[in-house]
Structure formats: structure tokens, C-alpha cells
Design a binder for this molecule. Structure first.
Ligand SMILES: Nc1ncnc2c1ncn2[C@@H]1O[C@H](COP(=O)(O)OP(=O)(O)OP(=O)(O)O)[C@@H](O)[C@H]1O
Length: 248
């Protein structure tokens, strides 16, 4: 379980998080929605310890994340970054096996490659893809490679940062379905950041809306449509009119 309690973060005069309380139960898929610049990425970075909150407490399975040994802590996480973030100079399989070729999860090269090929298969890519370079792949294929990399080391927790950005609606649907299937079969805890409401409906067990530095609403995805919160309703229906200022 990941728990955030009264987490605040400012950059200079800019208050980004003003008191975030959020619980992500183990094995659940939480999707965080909210407008551009509301601090969704900052929230993920705080959990990972890449950004230090000014106040508040973040725990993973009851342990304050600040006291965890860094390498072992990060080894528990997988990440699918916005845009895939593949290394252009490495072959596809080396990208997928990146964390299996170095650091605390290092294993023999042949074994790392075999795992990479298996993970590529899991995301619908053939073994021939393994020896290509990222530039030789379409955007949708790159996203699949990023997903294979995120799951290669069997993480307990996976973060997906805008997993469908830049994809056509059909490929976005394929990636959403893959994420849902993989998270379920791995029993992983997942946090996804997205603006894409089709992702929310495909991926989420629970939804949290970040607005004005706090979690404005959180609940099961099944309750989202009927929740009375006007901020949430404006956001999920993409209305210009409502309590959230449309000019930013
Ligand atoms: N290292 C930093 N230094 C200064 N300001 C930062 C830093 N990181 C984030 N910010 C600011 O914090 C705010 C929130 O940024 P963040 O990237 O978390 O937004 P977001 O909700 O993920 O947005 P988007 O949906 O557009 O990706 C922004 O105003 C951003 O400029």
C-alpha cells in the first residue's frame, strides 16, 4: 500500500501540492487525473523520492519512503515514461532488459535477453523486434517496448505516465487493454497519470482527481460518473464551463 498524508510541495513561490492525502491499496490500479500543470508528475516524483516534499509523509507498506535504502526501494518500481523514453543507441531488447543488465537486478546477458524476448512477446512484439533500434519502430510499437521494459524486472508497483499520449485511438485502446491485463496478471499496484478518459475507464480500479494542490475527489471508477463533485464532472466531460478556469 502506498499512502500519502498531507503532502505539500512548492517550487519557489509556486505552491504545487498543498496537502495531498491519498491511499493506493496493494494490487489496485489508481488513475490520477487533473489539468495540465496541476502537479501529477510532481506527485509521482515525490513517491519515488526524486522530489522531496516540503511537508507530509509518504509510506510504502508502512515504511517512510525517506528511510528506505534507495537502490532496493527503486528496484520495486517499474515505470512507463511519457513518450516511451527509450535509449536510441540501444537495441530493443537492451532497452527492455536495461535493469537486468546492471545494478542490483543484474543477471547473465543470455538470461536477460531471454526475459526481454518473453516480455516483448507479452506485449505483442515478435522476437525479430528484439534486435531493432527504437528509431525503426512506430510510436505504438515504441510504447509497447516501454511497457515491456516497465515489467521486465517483475516490479511490485508500476507507474504509467501518460501511456496513450501521441497514439491513435485504436492503438491507445490496445495499450490501455494491455496495461489492464498485465497489471491484473502481475498483481501489481499501479498508478497511472492521464488526461485520456478512455484510459481511465480501461485501466482504473480507483480514480483520484488532483486540483488546486489537493485530491479534489477520489473513489471507485464505477462511482465517477455519478459523483456530484462539479470539478470532477467538468473535467471528465471536458466542459469549458464550470468551476475550473478554462483559460490558463
Ligand atoms: N523541478 C521543478 N522546478 C520548478 N517547478 C517545477 C518543477 N517540477 C515541476 N514544476 C512545476 O510544478 C507544476 C506541476 O508540474 P507537473 O509536471 O507535475 O504537472 P502535471 O500535472 O504532470 O502536468 P501535465 O499534465 O501537463 O504533464 C508546474 O507548474 C511545473 O512548472
Amino acid at each position: 500500500m502506498i499512502a500519502l498524508s498531507h503532502v505539500t510541495k512548492a517550487f519557489g513561490p509556486k505552491q504545487v501540492l498543498t496537502g495531498v492525502d491519498l491511499v493506493v491499496p496493494k494490487g489496485q490500479s489508481m488513475v490520477v487525473i487533473g489539468g495540465s500543470g496541476t502537479g501529477k508528475s510532481v506527485l509521482l516524483k515525490c513517491i519515488l523520492g526524486l522530489v522531496q516534499p516540503d511537508q507530509g509523509l509518504i509510506t510504502l507498506d508502512g515504511q517512510d519512503v525517506r528511510t528506505a535504502e534507495r537502490e532496493a526501494f527503486l528496484a520495486r518500481f517499474g515505470m512507463l515514461f511519457q513518450g516511451g523514453a527509450l535509449f536510441d543507441s540501444l537495441r530493443v531488447w537492451e532497452n527492455v532488459a536495461f535493469r537486468l543488465l546492471r545494478g542490483p537486478l543484474k543477471r547473465p546477458k543470455a538470461e536477460a535477453r531471454a526475459i526481454a524476448v518473453e516480455k516483448l512477446r507479452r506485449v505483442g512484439l515478435t522476437p525479430e523486434t528484439a534486435d531493432l533500434f527504437p528509431a525503426e519502430l512506430s510510436g505504438g510499437m515504441q510504447k509497447r517496448v516501454g511497457l515491456a521494459r516497465a515489467i521486465a524486472a517483475q516490479p511490485e508497483i508500476i507507474f504509467f505516465d501518460e501511456p496513450t499520449t501521441g497514439l491513435d485511438p485504436i492503438m491507445a485502446g490496445v495499450i490501455n487493454d494491455l496495461i489492464r491485463e498485465i497489471v491484473t496478471e502481475m498483481g501489481a499496484t499501479a498508478i497511472t497519470i492521464t488526461h485520456d478518459m478512455s484510459s481511465v475507464r480501461a485501466i482504473a480500479d480507483r480514480v483520484a482527481m488532483l486540483h488546486d494542490g489537493v485530491i479534489q475527489w477520489t473513489g471507485p471508477v464505477a462511482e465517477m460518473d455519478n459523483a456530484p463533485d462539479p470539478y470532477l464532472q467538468q473535467f471528465i466531460h471536458g466542459r469549458a464551463e464550470g468551476p475550473i478556469a478554462a483559460i490558463r
